[in-house]
Design a protein around this ligand. Structure first.
Ligand code: GDP
Ligand code: IMO
Ligand code: MG
Length: 423
């Protein structure tokens, strides 16, 4: 049995796509368990670059069955667009399986996402405006529409009528918007049924059987630990559980079937959208990390906020996910710095914190305590073995490992498949 979760250990964009792609070479099934097309996972193969959003990163291997689990929210319009883009580029997405129980992102979810953000003003989350939050809201309010409903027109229309009536009232009376037309939505969505049918299955059973048969199964998280609805910097989070506990729920298997949890962490840290960020750099070092690191969002093109590695946050991630090991990415970006800082604790209002503060508000006032480590100032993007890294680069990795308390088993030194060191 081999089932591993690959998840973001920080605020997303850690390089989960690259690490999932690497491990997919030996995988049979790759499953997304939460989120939706708010994710932007980049995979670089030679001179080709793929940006995957909803479809699992394993799709690039013909030997892999990519699965969209029940915990994902599916925008069918986006699914077909992503499928068409992949097909045009010579990738075959016909094997993608989608859970019958996954919830659908509807046009009113996208619309609400945009108007709610506008309404929040300075308190906005900075969402991707893909309708993720409103779709999960409906799921938990028990007024969501599931993938399987597309195959029962009567039920679909009943659910749509109930949901849209209220949504239109909210859109018109609260947000001063035009109402959405039920026939237009029904035509569009019921029109997807035939093309979606070959993809839809009981993915819980599919994954269960695969794990039981001894297949190599990967569970690919979207977003990251600090964006988790329960364990992240609420309310500046996404509306799902990217943490490891979200995997069994979002797939429909038991936690005992998972034997490895890999946390992907950048050698520094970034965040898109609003919310507290203790090690954020507002100076030229921050700008340098953004520029050299190419830190611009895959989904929205937004400039990411960047800062030094935060060990308080990384140790938190080890704890709430039960990480077995870490894949450290973008180490090559730090080659351009004479000294590298790592936050080991915070202080706020006279108190010292070595763990994430219990009271969210404190995080805004936290001043990081930094340890300074020497840089290596030499290009490492062509290095192919761990022992060939400069001693200061190895010391940096070993420092993180010691303080995180779990091994760093993979080190990434460039976006491509070959720029990876295994330990
Ligand atoms: P994800 O959402 O976690 O899959 O990450 P993104 O794709 O949003 O952002 C990671 C970015 O870093 C992408 O542009 C990757 O191609 C790139 N990347 C991943 N690993 C490395 C690395 O080790 N070095 C460099 N320079 N780029 C990397
Ligand atoms: P990947 O999988 C980074 C952020 C948004 C916003 C918050 C809520 O590529 O790492 P949402 O649209 O989910 O309701 O937005 O979460 N966010 C991400 N940030 N990487 C992502 O995905 C993200 N997906 C959502 O910027 O702050
Ligand atoms: Mg991303």
């Amino acid at each position: 049995m081999s089932a591993a979760v690959i998840l973001g250990a920080q605020w997303g964009d850690e390089g989960k796509g690259k690490i999932t792609d690497l491990l997919s070479e030996k995988a049979d099934v790759v499953v997304r368990y939460q989120g939706g097309n708010n994710a932007g996972h980049t995979i670089v193969i030679g001179d080709q670059k793929f940006a995957l959003s909803l479809i699992p990163s394993g799709v690039l291997y013909p030997t892999v069955t990519p699965v969209i689990g029940n915990g994902v929210v599916v925008d069918p319009r986006w699914f077909f667009e992503e499928k068409a883009t992949l097909t045009k580029r010579g990738v075959d997405p016909s094997k993608v399986k989608i859970s019958n129980n996954a919830h659908l992102i509807m046009p009113y979810h996208r619309k609400l996402d945009a108007v709610i953000e506008r309404y929040l003003g300075s308190a906005m989350i900075g969402t991707t405006k893909r309708g993720i939050g409103p779709a999960y809201t409906d799921k938990f309010a028990r007024v969501g529409i599931r993938v399987q409903d597309l195959f029962d027109e009567k039920i679909f229309m009943e659910k749509l009528t109930t949901s849209l009536k209220l949504k239109n009232k909210i859109l018109m009376k609260v947000y001063n918007q035009l109402p959405l037309d039920i026939d237009e939505i029904a035509d569009e969505y019921l029109g997807y049924a035939d093309d979606l049918a070959p993809h839809v299955t009981d993915t819980s059973l599919l994954v269960y059987d695969a794990v039981r048969a001894g297949d190599n199964v990967l569970f690919e998280g979207g977003q990251g630990t600090l964006l988790d609805i329960d364990h992240g910097t609420y309310p500046f989070v996404t509306s799902s559980n990217p943490t490891a506990g979200g995997a069994p729920v979002g797939i429909g298997i038991g936690p005992t079937m998972i034997d490895r949890v890999i946390g992907v962490a950048k050698a520094y840290i970034s965040r898109v959208g609003t919310g507290p960020f203790p090690t954020e750099l507002h100076d030229e070092i921050g700008d340098k990390l953004i520029d050299i690191g190419g830190e611009y969002g895959v989904v929205t093109g937004r400039r990411r906020r960047c800062g030094w590695l935060d060990m308080v946050a990384l140790r938190y991630s080890v704890r709430v996910n039960g990480l077995t090991d870490i894949a450290l990415t973008k180490l090559d970006i730090l080659s351009h710095f004479d000294t590298i800082k790592v936050a080991t604790a915070y202080t706020a209002e006279g108190d010292r914190y070595t763990e994430f503060p219990r009271q969210q508000g404190v995080l805004y006032h936290c001043v990081p305590e930094y340890e300074e480590l020497p840089g290596w100032n030499v290009d490492i993007s062509g290095v192919t073995s761990y022992d060939d890294l400069p001693p200061n680069a190895r010391s940096y990795i070993e420092y993180i490992e010691d303080h995180a308390g779990v091994p760093i088993t993979t080190v990434s030194v460039g976006p491509g498949r070959r720029a990876t060191l295994h330990r």
